[in-house]
Design a protein around this ligand. Structure first.
Ligand SMILES: C[S@@+](CC[C@H](N)C(=O)[O-])C[C@H]1O[C@@H](n2cnc3c(N)ncnc32)[C@H](O)[C@@H]1O
Length: 335
């Protein structure tokens, strides 16, 4: 059943694949989805539901702009909505148009602690915003002291699609992970040609803040004494926001579908959704947002120029597995 209290609107979204993913994000939360189509989307998607400017600005309910505009309120503190509202996300490059930002009752952002990647894919951002704006009650307070020491390791388990894997890696970088393990049994990431790669490498002027993507084979096992939490819509466990997703020696595992067999002693966290389970990038976005919220790291530190000589960071570099794939921020923002 559709949730009558909200609708999702894509403002000037231009990539048809993103528009489809956005519609899927809306179905996850059982809300209708429409588009202010200023970029010719309907030419690619004849079934597209559209709104004109008057219908967008006129409601029903207040406009909630989801964008990382200066001064925007954290989405973790903004919900849950108490009245009908239009939740608006924007164009892939330009964001939400100024008329909506001016008319919005509030603008909310998803805090991005990552260095180098500071936005999510638009459909991922919509799924995260809907999760907190429509269902934010009862959430625990964020952890404060020494949050980085509690950041869990992350394993993306058996992603089935290259773009969904890439978009999930983009989210991980934007939420502050510097290293991600991928169980690539479906062979969508390592060793496959990545069309955007050459161009992205050319565009990258420095090798600052790359994401380390480390292959985790079928025989992956948690580190000794590690706590494993498998997160997904179909697992049997406490709701995501009540599960402890962070802590030293914790590994978060996000399987794509149900083909991944958890080992003994695994914990579970359920991504409870009022609608249908959506594609992988939407699921990983919600899980990583909640883990980042629990960590309590709000903003990226301004990157300092690299120091000469051996530093803590360069000491870590020495232990990067030889088969790790270094993915540049420029490449990730294409997903
Ligand atoms: C890729 S972003 C647009 C990029 C933006 N113009 C920029 O460069 O900062 C596309 C849309 O996704 C949503 N979005 C992405 N990351 C977000 C975040 N951290 N907080 C809120 N919205 C976000 C917003 O609706 C935004 O308009």
């Amino acid at each position: 059943m559709l949730n009558p209290s909200a609708r999702l609107v894509g403002d000037g979204v231009e990539n048809p694949a993103n528009a489809e993913a956005l519609a899927e994000a809306a179905r996850m939360f059982a809300v209708p989805c429409s588009f202010r189509d200023s970029r010719g989307l309907a030419g690619h998607l004849p079934e597209l539901s559209t709104v004109d400017t008057a219908a967008l600005l006129g409601g029903p309910g207040p406009l909630i702009a989801v964008d990382n505009a200066p001064g925007a309120e954290s989405v973790y503190r903004a919900g849950p909505l108490r009245t009908a509202a239009s939740i608006v996300v924007g164009n892939e490059r330009r964001g939400i148009r100024p008329d909506v930002l001016r008319a919005a009752a509030k603008t909310v952002q998803i805090p991005m602690p990552g260095r180098g990647v500071n936005t999510l894919n638009v459909a991922t951002a919509a799924a995260v915003a809907l999760y907190y704006l429509l269902d934010a009650h009862g959430r625990r307070n964020a952890r404060a002291p020494r949050p980085e020491s509690h950041r869990p390791a992350l394993l993306l388990a058996a992603p089935r699609d290259h773009v969904e894997a890439g978009s999930s890696l983009r989210s991980a970088a934007a939420f502050g992970w510097q290293s991600v393990a991928v169980d690539d049994r479906e062979k969508v990431w390592f060793g496959t040609p990545r069309p955007v790669r050459t161009e992205a490498r050319a565009a990258a002027r420095s090798h600052r803040n790359p994401l380390r993507v480390v292959p985790a084979g079928d025989a992956w096992s948690p580190p000794p004494g590690g706590r494993v939490v498998v997160c997904g819509p179909d697992v049997d466990g406490p709701p995501l926001h009540r599960a402890e997703l962070t802590g030293p020696n914790t590994v978060l595992v996000i399987p794509d579908g149900d083909g991944w067999e958890p080992g003994p002693g695994t914990g579970f966290a359920r991504v409870a959704l009022p609608g249908v389970a959506g594609r992988y990038r939407l699921l990983t976005g919600i899980v990583l947002a909640e883990a980042a919220r629990q960590l309590g790291i709000r903003t990226a530190a301004v990157p300092r120029p690299p120091r000469r000589g051996l530093s803590y960071g360069s000491g870590l570099d020495l232990t990067v597995p030889p088969d790790a794939d270094l993915v540049e921020p420029w490449e990730l923002t294409r997903y």
